[in-house]
Design a protein around this ligand. Structure first.
Ligand SMILES: Cc1cc2nc3c(=O)[nH]c(=O)nc-3n(C[C@H](O)[C@H](O)[C@H](O)COP(=O)(O)OP(=O)(O)OC[C@H]3O[C@@H](n4cnc5c(N)ncnc54)[C@H](O)[C@@H]3O)c2cc1C
Length: 384
């Protein structure tokens, strides 16, 4: 029976990122995924690759990811585009935070450009002028059409030598002093020297007690996608707006952040549902709009009702989006996405018996941070 150097369980972006770096290190890699393709957070997200949204540590990891994405893009079409990201301020407080973030990024040698109102509207003519105070543009950032990027990335890894088994739900694994033995729900068996478990928000199959007692919470987001826009509606890159400025981790480093957000009404509907409005146009011309955030511990994640869409919430997000951008809001589809996050803002890791390495709960930064973070994790696992 073939023995692999590394077996990755979970075909989301975190699993594929580990596979990529293990392959680059010359290892024999097997990926095992329980569905016939990745169906979790990694294909349900916005696809924004935005190191600008994170504090120093994850920004650095995100910038490493940008370099890896660019390298992969130069070798294979994985449906990613370097179109930059823009944060649009709707008032003077948000504008002040943008100015402060620009200064922080300058000190870190990360390019960002402050735009006045007319520059924002020139580049994004569909913005309502009444909403816009100014913007901060990050030209280095990319975005992914994730539903295409994930299968394309998996194919590219297979061209690098990765073996992949889909519809392989791993229900048992245990380490001996020589190897790890894994079984799926049909009793099929694999052997690896090391296993990396990137199980996303699936906590019932393996190590359920460990996850139930961890600091992990599950987050549900609601998303919408419009019909393709008219040809003259072009919205390059990621557009992040006022509430995002008041919410994303990077802004917490701004000197004025706490003074500004302390005054915010903590009990309004937007705050309660974690709503902030983001726009991203796909290659087909549709526009993805979101999102909202509802939280539950692992033991109560079924209470997030993953099958149910809260129409009132979608209605509110549409109303808010309409005040920002003048586009066709006829809907093509709506969906929910779930991701897991560690409450410490990092990622959940645990090594069991020296050979089974759990890495999950990367939170809302997986498309941005996975390639950068997995590079370091693979180096640790392989002792490189
Ligand atoms: C709506 C939404 C919008 C987001 N927007 C962004 C964004 O714009 N930018 C950004 O950086 N991040 C974003 N995120 C976060 C990002 O999508 C996640 O951090 C990331 O996808 C997590 O990847 P993952 O590989 O850990 O999990 P997943 O994508 O959930 O993958 C886990 C995989 O493991 C498989 N699996 C689990 N257990 C087993 C088992 N026992 N056997 C076999 N297979 C198993 C599952 O089937 C699944 O395919 C968003 C998330 C959501 C939900």
């Amino acid at each position: 029976m073939t023995k692999y150097d590394i077996i990755i369980v979970g075909g989301g972006i975190l699993g594929l990122s580990h596979a990529y770096h293990a392959l680059k290190a010359g290892k024999k890699v097997l990926l095992l995924e329980k569905n016939s393709l990745a169906l979790g957070a990694s294909v349900r997200n916005f696809g924004q690759i935005v190191p600008s949204g994170f504090g120093e540590r994850w920004q650095t990891l995100g910038r490493a990811s940008l370099r890896h994405y660019a390298d992969i893009h130069s070798k294979a079409d994985i449906s990613i585009r370097k179109e930059g990201s823009i944060y649009i301020a709707s008032d003077n407080e948000e504008m002040l935070l943008l100015e402060e973030l620009a200064a922080i990024n300058k000190s870190r040698d990360y390019v960002s450009v402050l735009w006045n109102k007319s520059a924002c509207i020139e580049r994004y003519p569909n913005l309502h002028p009444s909403y816009v105070k100014g913007g901060l543009f990050f030209p280095e950032e990319w975005n992914a059409d994730s539903r295409k990027t994930m299968p394309a990335l998996a194919l590219y890894l297979q061209s690098m030598g990765m073996e992949a088994g889909y519809q392989k739900m791993i229900t048992d694994l245990h380490a001996t002093d020589k190897e790890v033995i894994l079984f799926d729900n049909y009793g099929e068996k694999w052997i690896g020297d090391q296993v990396v478990l990137c199980n996303g928000d699936e906590f019932s199959l393996l190590f359920p007690e460990l996850f139930r007692e961890s600091d992990i919470e599950v987050v549900k987001l609601q998303m919408m996608e419009t019909v393709p826009q008219r040809k003259d509606v072009v919205i390059p890159g990621s557009v992040l707006t006022g509430r995002t400025i008041r919410r994303y981790e990077s802004f917490k480093e701004c000197p004025s952040y706490h003074g500004i957000t302390e005054k915010q009404n903590k009990s309004d509907y937007e705050e309660e549902k974690g709503i902030h409005i983001l726009f991203k146009q796909t290659a087909e011309g549709t526009v993805i709009i979101g999102d909202s955030h509802e939280y539950a511990p692992v033991s109560q994640s079924d209470q997030l009702k993953p099958f149910e869409t809260d129409e009132e919430l979608n209605g509110f997000m549409l109303f808010a989006a309409n005040r920002i951008m003048d586009i066709d809001y006829s809907m093509l589809r709506t969906w929910n996405g779930m991701y897991s996050q560690s409450k410490n803002g990092e990622i959940f890791t645990r090594t069991i018996d020296g050979r089974i390495h759990i890495a999950t709960a990367i939170g809302g930064k997986g498309m941005t941070g996975s390639l950068g973070w997995a590079e370091k994790n693979i180096q640790t696992i392989l002792g490189l």
